[in-house]
Write a protein that binds this ligand. Structure first.
Ligand SMILES: Cc1cc2nc3c(=O)[nH]c(=O)nc-3n(C[C@H](O)[C@H](O)[C@H](O)COP(=O)(O)O)c2cc1C
Length: 243
């Protein structure tokens, strides 16, 4: 994992939600992705790669606007917090981006229902969310994000005065994807580290959204040589550097 942090950090600016695909990844890429998901299946989360024409068939095509691929990743949890599912799912999305592949998180209920028809769950397992992936047939689109002053409550001057690693971590977290692009988080940098706090439920996706932002915080920090640990606090999830 450690040696891939910079690879995933660099992929943050390449990842975007791809809804039109030019096909499934090559067999070689699929082989690599199976290895990736076996590494990422940890901490009570399992990522299952599936091929399913029926999942992407009409009427889902019309409702979800996903076309040109039959590949999906099902993110399954067994007692894991939704944040963990978001964190590990986004790692998969960034690895896809680093490989030149596209992804799209799919949280809407009809996607989950369709995936459930194809998925075998073990005892205690729950399907959290699914993600389409494949060869992108769309050009990069950088979608709008809230500014850091809004997300942190800090002025420009206060932001510039933060340690370099916190600035990179916040910039990276600002680019995190979220359901309906709601960005349901506040980022609180202070002497202890950086806290990710959820500010609304975002139709039930906020836990996954916050897990995605947590990965981005960690990647920005790692880019500056700072590693750390997550601690659940009353104010949210705190990333605390360890030396
Ligand atoms: C938890 C989650 C659920 C999402 N569900 C859907 C979905 O059901 N359908 C869809 O087209 N996009 C979905 N998205 C994609 C978001 O709309 C997208 O990430 C956001 O608008 C930001 O755009 P970007 O990913 O291109 O940066 C989801 C994203 C997340 C993180």
């Amino acid at each position: 994992m450690e040696r891939n942090m910079e690879r995933w950090y660099n992929a943050v600016g390449q990842r975007f939600s791809v809804r039109k695909y030019a096909g499934a990844p090559s067999e070689e890429d699929m082989k690599s992705l199976f290895e990736v998901v076996s590494l990422l299946s940890a901490r009570g989360v399992r990522i299952v790669l599936m091929r399913s024409e029926s999942f992407f068939a009409k009427p889902l095509l019309g409702q979800g606007r996903i076309s040109g691929t039959d590949c999906l990743a099902a993110i399954v949890s067994n007692g894991a917090a939704p944040e963990t599912a978001g964190y590990l799912g986004e790692t998969f999305a960034l690895e896809c981006a680093a490989m030149g592949l596209g992804t799209c998180w799919l949280g809407m209920a009809h996607f989950k229902r369709a995936a459930m028809k194809e998925l075998e769950l073990g005892e205690g397992e729950k399907l959290r969310i699914v993600m389409a992936f494949g060869i992108p047939a769309e050009k990069y689109a950088g979608r709008p994000r809230k500014n850091l002053d809004k997300l942190t409550g800090l002025t420009r001057e206060e932001l510039i005065a933060l340690p370099e690693w916190q600035q990179r971590a916040l910039e990276c977290a600002r680019l995190a994807p979220s359901a309906v692009n709601a960005q349901p988080w506040a980022f609180i940098p202070n002497a202890n580290g950086v806290t990710v706090r959820r500010v609304n439920e975002n139709f039930g996706y906020a836990g996954i959204d916050c897990g995605i932002a947590m990965l981005h915080i960690e990647l920005g920090a790692a880019h500056c040589g700072v590693s750390g640990e997550w601690e659940r606090t009353e104010g949210g999830n705190l990333f605390r550097p360890v030396s």
